[in-house]
Structure formats: structure tokens, C-alpha cells
Write a protein that binds this ligand. Structure first.
Ligand code: 3PY
Ligand code: MG
Length: 268
């Protein structure tokens, strides 16, 4: 069997990788993203409905559909990063990294000695990558991608320090939280001009540091802008939004609905 180009090699070698993003813990959803043609799919354990079992099944389902496997870990949960690496994630994204120390702790949790402190038990990860555990051990430190999310003023202030962490492979911008922090809580403006300028600055600095820049995009124009800015991992397409938007469109396409709905609950 010809060896596939790894996600890590793709992210370092030019062409941007687009990832679908899954909030809804259902393996068939991520498999559908993959079969629809997405090169990568991300399982979101920070804001999505995924627990460990759901994420484990989702990573297998992404592999079944033939896409690269990415997971965002819950806030400050480096133990979960290690577990998801063992379940075959090829890239892990850590939310709200605000300092060099936090970046070091995250990156070291998923790199084997002498680079980090990852504990050995990659049986499922080795199966999914088609390697023996011994082969996986040899390639894991260069192939498993660690991305620290930059999404606050504090993180911007610490950006040079974060980018100087040798164990860290790159950063991933969360424009919603970033805009919330930069506006001092005034509002969320992920698609605004000010946010776009900061994204461009982060992409430049990250490339200069020889690391991978990634960003979360909320529409196709933002994806095009992100590609121009030099981002290499780009989110486009969220399962919960697909259902929400398609459900509204499907209903609005029908003239003269036959019946009224009972009305949404406003209290539990
Ligand atoms: C953000 O925009 O803050 C994100 O975390 C994207 O999911
Ligand atoms: Mg965020």
C-alpha cells in the first residue's frame, strides 16, 4: 500500500487543509463530512457534545471516511490530549492558551521523550496509521501536530513567547473569543476588520517562527481571506450550523405550511 502524505507534512508544505468541524457527537456525521470530500474533520470537545467515548468513535469514523483526524480538547485538559492522541488524533488543538507555560505543558503532553512526557500506549493510534506501535513511536513526535489556540489579548501579548516553544507545532486562531477579549467583553465580531488585521499579524509571525498557522472561519469569504493571509489549517463548515441553516431553508421553501408548531419551551 502506498504511504499517504501525513497531515503534518501537508500543513508544513504549502497547500492549506480545510477541516469540517463537528459539535454533534454522532460518528456518522463526521464520516459524512469525510465522504463529502473534506480533507480533515475536527471533533470539538470544548464546545461540542463530545465525551471521550464519542470522540473515540468519531476518530474511527473519520478514518473510515478517509479524512485526517483532528480534535479540540476541553479547556486545560492535557490528560485528554494524551488520550485522544492514543485514540488516533493526528492533530490536537488546545483552547485558550495564554502563556508560554500553558503552551509548553500542552505540547509536552503529546510528545514522547526526550521532547515531552507523553506516556506510551498508542495501540489504537498505530492501528489507524497503519503502523506497528514501535514504528508509531519513531514518527509520532514529528507527525502528531500540536496547535495552541490564540484567542485573547493575553495570548497576543504572549505570542512571541508561545511561538518560541520548540515542542509546539503551531497556533490556531479563535476569532470569536479573540474579538470578545479585544473588545473587553463588548461583543463578538469574528468577521470584523479589526479581527482580520490581527489574524494576518498572527499568520505572519507564526510563519516567521517556522510554525503552522490555523484559523477558524465562519464563511467562504473568510476562508479565501485566510488562504491569502497564509493560514494552513482552515475550518469551514460546522455540523450544527448545517442542520440549523438547512432546516430553516427547507421550511421557508414550503409555501402554506399545513400546521402550526406547538411552540418552543422557554423554561424547563
Ligand atoms: C473561537 O472563535 O473563539 C473559537 O474557539 C472557534 O471555535
Ligand atoms: Mg474560542
Amino acid at each position: 500500500m502506498t504511504k499517504q502524505i501525513s497531515l503534518s507534512d501537508k500543513l508544513r508544505s504549502g497547500t492549506p487543509v480545510i477541516t469540517g468541524w463537528s459539535f454533534l457527537s454522532e460518528p456518522m456525521i463526521v464520516e459524512m463530512f469525510a465522504r463529502a470530500g473534506y480533507p480533515a474533520v475536527t471533533v470539538d470537545m470544548q464546545h461540542g457534545t463530545y465525551d471521550f467515548d464519542g470522540a473515540r468513535d468519531a476518530l474511527s469514523a473519520i478514518a473510515l471516511g478517509g479524512a485526517h483526524r483532528i480534535a479540540r480538547i476541553p479547556l486545560a485538559d492535557n490528560a485528554m490530549a494524551g488520550r485522544l492522541a492514543d485514540m488516533g488524533a493526528e492533530c490536537l488543538i488546545a483552547p485558550m492558551i495564554n502563556s508560554r507555560e500553558e503552551a509548553v505543558a500542552f505540547a509536552r503532553a503529546i510528545k514522547y521523550p526526550p521532547v515531552g512526557d507523553r506516556s506510551f500506549g498508542p495501540f489504537r493510534a498505530a492501528q489507524l496509521s497503519g503502523e506497528s506501535s514501535e514504528e508509531y513511536l519513531k514518527t509520532a513526535n514529528s507527525q502528531l501536530v500540536s496547535l495552541a489556540m490564540i484567542e485573547s489579548q493575553e495570548a497576543i501579548d504572549a505570542l512571541d513567547d508561545i511561538l518560541s516553544v520548540p515542542e509546539l507545532d503551531g497556533v490556531f486562531v479563535g476569532p470569536s473569543d479573540l474579538s470578545l477579549s479585544l473588545s473587553n467583553g463588548e461583543g463578538v465580531d469574528p468577521n470584523g476588520e479589526g479581527t482580520a488585521e490581527i489574524c494576518a499579524m498572527i499568520a505572519d509571525k507564526t510563519a516567521q517562527a517556522g510554525k503552522i498557522p490555523g484559523v477558524f472561519c465562519l464563511n467562504a469569504d473568510k476562508v479565501k481571506e485566510a488562504i491569502q493571509q497564509g493560514f494552513k489549517l482552515i475550518t469551514h463548515g460546522i455540523d450544527i450550523a448545517f442542520i440549523n441553516d438547512s432546516a430553516k431553508t427547507a421550511l421557508s421553501d414550503v409555501d402554506g405550511l399545513p400546521s402550526e408548531k406547538p411552540g418552543a419551551l422557554t423554561t424547563y
